[in-house]
Design a protein around this ligand. Structure first.
Ligand SMILES: C[C@](O)(CO)[C@H](O)COP(=O)(O)OP(=O)(O)OC[C@H]1O[C@@H](n2ccc(N)nc2=O)[C@H](O)[C@@H]1O
Ligand SMILES: Nc1ncnc2c1ncn2[C@@H]1O[C@H](COP(=O)(O)OP(=O)(O)OP(=O)(O)O)[C@@H](O)[C@H]1O
Length: 315
C-alpha cells in the first residue's frame, strides 16, 4: 500500500474500469444460535437498494494495491490493507492472477460506514468485479462468488443484488422473484455499530430469554414480494438483530416509533444497525417521511432509496 498522494491518480473519470455496487437491507433477518464455527446460521431475505458505492480501478505498479477513498461517507474508512476492497483485490490476484498485477483503487462512498448496510462488503464485491475486468482474468460468476464468501458473509449478495434468500452464513444465495419498486427512507445514526458486537449481544440476550432465534424465513416476505404489495411487505419485515441493536442503542427505538407514527408501512433496523429503514407507500410519502425523520436529534441524515437494485455492474 502506498499513501503517497502523488501515486494516486486524481480525476476519477480517468479510471478505465468503474463499477457501481448497492447497499442492502435485510427484509427478514432470522438468526439461529451461535455455531461452533463462530458464526450464526441465518435465514435472510436480502434486498439491494439504489444507495450505492462506486469502485474505480486503474492499472497500478506491479504487485501494488493502492487505495483512495472519497464521498459522503468516507470518514472512518480504513485506507490500509484492512480495507475490504484491498483485501478483495489481493485475494483475486493471489487466486486467479500473477504477482505482477497491480491496481489503483478508488472508492466513492455513499453507503454509511458500520451502518448495517454492507458498505464494506459492497466495496469488496465491486473490487472483485473491477479488478477481474481490469486484469482481464478468466473468472466466471461462480469463481467471484466463492472468493466473495471468503471475504465476508454479505459480500456475495453485493455481486448479485436484486432480492435473494440467504442461508448458511448468509452467503448461500437463491434469487427471489419479485415485481414492483419499493420506496425506502433510510435514517442514518450518529456513529456506527460493530457487527460482531451486535451478534455478541444477541447471544447474551438469547441466554437471558430476551431475544428470539430461528432461521425460518417468514413466507409472508416472499409472498408480499411476489404480489408487489408494499403494505404486506411492511407488516412482514423482521429482524432478530433488532433487539440487541436497540439494547446497545436505545434511541433507535424512538427513531422507529417516529417513522411508524409518520406513516411508514414498516420500520426496521437494517441488518446489525444502527441505520433504520422505513418502507413508504409512494415516492411522495417517502419525501414526507424523510422530512419528519430528519428532524430527530438522533438522526444524522436521511436518504431516500428504491429497491430492488442491480448487483455490482460495470458503468
Ligand atoms: C448482519 C448481516 O449484515 C446480515 O446480512 C451479516 O450477517 C453480517 O455480514 P458481514 O458483516 O459480511 O459479516 P462477516 O464480516 O462475515 O463477519 C463479521 C462477524 O460477524 C459475525 N457473524 C457474521 C455473519 C453470521 N452469519 N454470523 C455471525 O456471527 C461473526 O462474529 C463474524 O466474525
Ligand atoms: N471499504 C470499506 N468501507 C467501509 N468500512 C470498511 C471498508 N473496509 C473495511 N472496513 C471496516 O469495516 C467496518 C464495518 O464497515 P461496514 O461499512 O462494512 O459495516 P456494515 O455496513 O455494518 O457491515 P455489514 O452490514 O456487512 O455487517 C468499518 O468499521 C471499517 O473499519
Amino acid at each position: 500500500m502506498s499513501d503517497d498522494p502523488s501515486r494516486l491518480w486524481s480525476p476519477a473519470e480517468d479510471a478505465p474500469v468503474r463499477v457501481r455496487v448497492p447497499a442492502k437491507v435485510n427484509l427478514a433477518l432470522c438468526v439461529g444460535p451461535l455455531g461452533a464455527d463462530g458464526y450464526h446460521p441465518l435465514g435472510t431475505v436480502f434486498h439491494a437498494l439504489s444507495l450505492h458505492d462506486e469502485v474505480l480501478a486503474a492499472p497500478g505498479e506491479p504487485g501494488e494495491v493502492t487505495l483512495q477513498v472519497s464521498g459522503e461517507t468516507s470518514a472512518d474508512v480504513p485506507v490500509d490493507e484492512s480495507n475490504l476492497a484491498v483485501r478483495a483485490a489481493r485475494l483475486l490476484a493471489a487466486e486467479f492472477g500473477t504477482p505482477e498485477l497491480g491496481v489503483r483503487l478508488q472508492l466513492k462512498k455513499q453507503i454509511p460506514v458500520a451502518g448495517g448496510m454492507a458498505g464494506g462488503s459492497a466495496d469488496a464485491a465491486g473490487a472483485l468485479l473491477a479488478c477481474s475486468v481490469l486484469w482481464d482474468l478468466d473468472t466466471g460468476p461462480d469463481d467471484l462468488h466463492a472468493l466473495a464468501a471468503r471475504l465476508g458473509a454479505d459480500v456475495p449478495f453485493g455481486l448479485v443484488g436484486g432480492n435473494a434468500i440467504g442461508r448458511g452464513r448468509g452467503d448461500q444465495l437463491v434469487p427471489l422473484l419479485s415485481c414492483g419498486i419499493y420506496h425506502w427512507v433510510l435514517a442514518f445514526a450518529h456513529g456506527g455499530l460493530s457487527t460482531p458486537q451486535v451478534f455478541g449481544r444477541f447471544d447474551e440476550m438469547l441466554e437471558q430469554g430476551r431475544a428470539s432465534s430461528g432461521t425460518e424465513v417468514p413466507a409472508e416476505v416472499a409472498e408480499a414480494l411476489a404480489k408487489a404489495d408494499p403494505f404486506a411487505l411492511g407488516k412482514a419485515l423482521r429482524n432478530n438483530l433488532e433487539a440487541p441493536a436497540l439494547d446497545l442503542r436505545p434511541e433507535l427505538a424512538e427513531t422507529l416509533a417516529a417513522g411508524r407514527a409518520a406513516g411508514a408501512l414498516g420500520a426496521i433496523v437494517s441488518g446489525s444497525g444502527p441505520t433504520c429503514a422505513f418502507l413508504a407507500e409512494s415516492e411522495s410519502r417517502a419525501m414526507d417521511l424523510a422530512t419528519e425523520l430528519g428532524r430527530l436529534e438522533q438522526v444524522a441524515a436521511t436518504r431516500r432509496a428504491t429497491g430492488p437494485a442491480q448487483g455490482a455492474r460495470l458503468l
